[in-house]
Design a protein around this ligand. Structure first.
Ligand code: 6R9
Length: 660
């Protein structure tokens, strides 16, 4: 990837930059000095960030990297993560502040103050302890976005148990693999979940998953759908307990014990776009420090003033770091919404923004492109004037979508923070700082103060401006993963072997520097296509397609081709206002191919373009190109257990077959 592909110029066609507004800059949490401070003395910088938290025992050393790649941060320090996220806000006189404005899909709501949250978390902690859950035990949680999900996570943290959250849409097979690998002792779930206006079973899936499971002693079930669910939730006497029976009976007094800074906090399995899912391990002090630091500076969050909404699911790392830990450590007031964005109508998110006066909104490009597909008339109907910071995470955001987001959601002025990070990094690593950075559509720009990222070539040499290569992290950071659960070798092999001599962490992503030295993410290196010897990134071709007025979303893959090595096959979803028949006709498809050729160059012209109703995505909205490659190469479609909606592949295949 050392050669400069012509395609960067395509991404850079949108060359406007957006300097911070004066008013915003004057009140911003982040300052230009932050970087200088971090560069001058990294350890001192992170020690200062750790002071955001309450420590029962102060650390004696900021970083111990002697056992690299296994880091220890804030060595000797002791803290309780749940105390930091809940109790201390009550003790400082903010017990009446709303922590969570919860909105159920059917329209029911609950406001939970910090004082109430403290009681609920304490009761749940007592309940788990009464079942024999001890520090170091693993609790699996498969729940939709209801307050009990957050309460359960915090209750685990409070007693030093590790949570292992499994996305609510995952199949019994996927759940079972994660329960077994982590040897979970308890599973927490619900009877059912509301999805697109219907009650769908959860407990029945969990029971199927747990058949014959060796480690699970108890299953705790939150009642959510009750009689709306067809048939009762299946029940195993002696093993299953209702959350309300168990938790409500407990005392609201619970003394949080201080745990070592390196005490494990959670395991989270990565989406598994390739290979067997990896149980990513995170620990306490460093993780919470970086989650709180980034949430404060990247979102410009002001406790007691802002209303924050991160639309992620807790089954994704974004839900862990930017719904639960970072925000609550910073005494957030936040919206948590249970359902899908188009139930009962496509304006649901904007209706919620208007109702609660949401000021910070953090979502994924996949949803932004969906909003584009539905059309700007939908957000136009609502008052979104409270929004002052917009965030994006999960995938590269195409310049087209970025501009749409800014204009139609951010009133042409709210700064957009395009945040690059991973389950493995635990918290945001590369992002603009609102109020400081002049933003550029499509670029995540710079490593945050205190973080070091580089783009290097095959030989681990940093590439120059305008050059592309591999994204690496060349210095340890507080919220870095501490390993893969039960597999130290795989941890070293996966992340530390590519640039072992240099000791770099290899993120698996391709990236480029532009002429200003800003970083542009180009997708996973495994997805890079090789057409007649030219390396072309999926991101670049997808962005070119999305810049066409009829296209809302695009996914491209390289399919083996006898002549060119690989040929580009594109799957596109059309925008809401596009005339479906006209836009999927032969002429229209030819026009799209020409459009890509014009935007990037003839070499990037897709061999084939298929119009589809949906794309296969993981829980975090990432396109599973592996499955599309199967379709493009006429193979049987592979493992679909980590798809957010496993029926999508049938939809795509049947649509294509009927075209033939
Ligand atoms: C937080 C999260 C990590 C992978 C990462 C990269 C992609 C995430 C991105 C981005 C471009 C961004 N990614 N944020 N690519 N720009 N702002 O998504 O974690 O689910 O582990 O995925 O997502 O490819 O390597 P995770």
């Amino acid at each position: 990837m050392t050669e400069q592909s012509p395609a960067l110029d395509n991404l850079l066609k949108e060359s406007r930059t957006f300097p911070p507004g004066e008013e915003f800059a004057a009140q911003a949490n982040a300052t230009a000095e932050l970087r200088a401070e971090a560069d001058a003395d990294r350890d001192a910088f992170w020690a200062k960030q750790a002071e955001r938290l309450h420590w029962d025992t102060k650390w004696s050393q900021v970083l111990d990297w002697s056992g690299a790649p296994f880091a220890k941060w804030f060595v000797g320090g002791k803290l309780n993560v749940a105390y930091n996220c809940v109790d201390r806000h009550v003790e400082s006189g903010h017990g009446d502040q709303v922590a969570i404005h919860w909105v159920g899909e059917p329209g029911d709501t609950r406001d939970i103050t910090y004082a109430q949250l403290k009681d609920e978390v304490s009761k749940a902690a007592n309940a788990f302890a009464s079942l024999g859950v001890k520090a170091g035990d693993v609790v699996a949680i498969q729940l939709q976005m209801i307050p009990e999900a957050i309460i359960a996570m915090l209750a685990c943290a409070r007693i030093g148990a590790l949570h292992n959250v499994v996305f609510g849409g995952f199949s019994p097979t996927a759940l079972r693999a994660r329960v077994d690998d982590a040897a979970a002792k308890i599973v927490i779930t619900s009877d059912g979940q509301y999805r697109r206006g219907k009650a769908a079973p959860m407990k029945a899936n969990v029971d199927e998953a747990l058949e014959g499971a060796k480690t699970v002693e108890k299953v705790i079930v939150v009642r959510r759908t009750g009689s709306d669910l067809e048939g009762d939730a299946p029940w195993t006497e002696g093993r299953d307990l209702w959350w309300h029976d168990l938790v409500d009976a407990q005392s609201a007094e619970h003394r949080p014990e201080a745990f070592d800074s390196e005490h494990p906090l959670f395991i989270l399995y990565t989406s598994g776009t390739t290979g067997k899912p990896k149980g990513i391990l995170h620990t306490s002090g460093g993780y919470l420090t970086q989650a709180a630091y980034t949430h404060h500076n990247v979102f410009d969050h002001k406790a007691g003033e802002d209303v924050y909404w991160c639309t992620a699911d807790i089954g994704w790392v974004t839900g862990h770091s930017y719904i639960v830990y970072g925000p609550l450590a910073n005494r957030v007031t936040q919206v948590v919404y249970e359902g899908t964005p188009n139930t009962p109508h496509e304006g649901r998110h904007w209706e919620i923004v208007q109702k609660y006066g949401v000021s910070i909104y953090y979502t994924a490009p996949t949803l932004i492109r969906t909003f584009m597909k539905w059309g700007k008339e939908i957000p136009e109907k609502y008052d979104l004037s409270t929004l002052r910071v917009l965030g994006s995470v999960g995938e590269p955001i195409n310049p087209e979508a970025w501009i749409w987001y800014r204009e139609n959601i951010g009133a042409g002025k709210a700064p957009i923070v395009d945040t690059w990070w991973q389950t493995e990094t635990g918290a945001i690593m590369i992002s603009p700082l609102p109020g400081v950075t002049s933003t550029k559509p499509g670029s995540a720009q710079r490593a945050l103060p205190g973080i070091s990222a580089k783009v290097v070539d095959d030989q681990a040499q940093e590439v120059g401006n305008g050059g592309g290569g591999y994204l690496v992290l060349d210095k340890p950071w507080p919220s870095m993963l501490r390993g893969i659960w039960g597999d130290d070798e795989r941890f070293k092999e996966t992340y530390w072997s590519r640039f072992a001599d240099q000791g770099f962490y290899f993120a698996g992503d391709g990236a480029k520097y532009d002429d200003d030295g800003d970083i542009w993410l180009l997708g996973r290196v495994d997805d890079v296509m090789n057409v007649s010897g030219h390396r072309i990134s999926t991101t670049e071709v997808e962005s070119a397609l999305v810049s066409h007025p009829t296209v809302a979303e695009a996914a491209v893959v390289g399919a083996s081709d006898a002549t060119t090595g690989q040929g580009i096959v594109a799957f596109v979803i059309l925008r809401g206002n596009a005339d479906k028949d006209a836009a999927s006709g032969e002429e229209a498809v030819q026009a799209l191919r020409d459009h890509v050729a014009k935007e990037i160059g003839p070499i990037a012209k897709p061999r084939q373009i298929m119009v589809v109703p949906e794309l296969p995505k993981t829980r975090s909205g990432k396109i599973m190109r592996r499955l599309l490659r199967d379709v493009a190469e006429n193979r049987e479609v592979g493992d679909v257990t980590t798809l957010a909606d496993s029926s999508v592949m049938d939809l795509i295949s049947s649509g294509l077959n009927s075209d033939k």
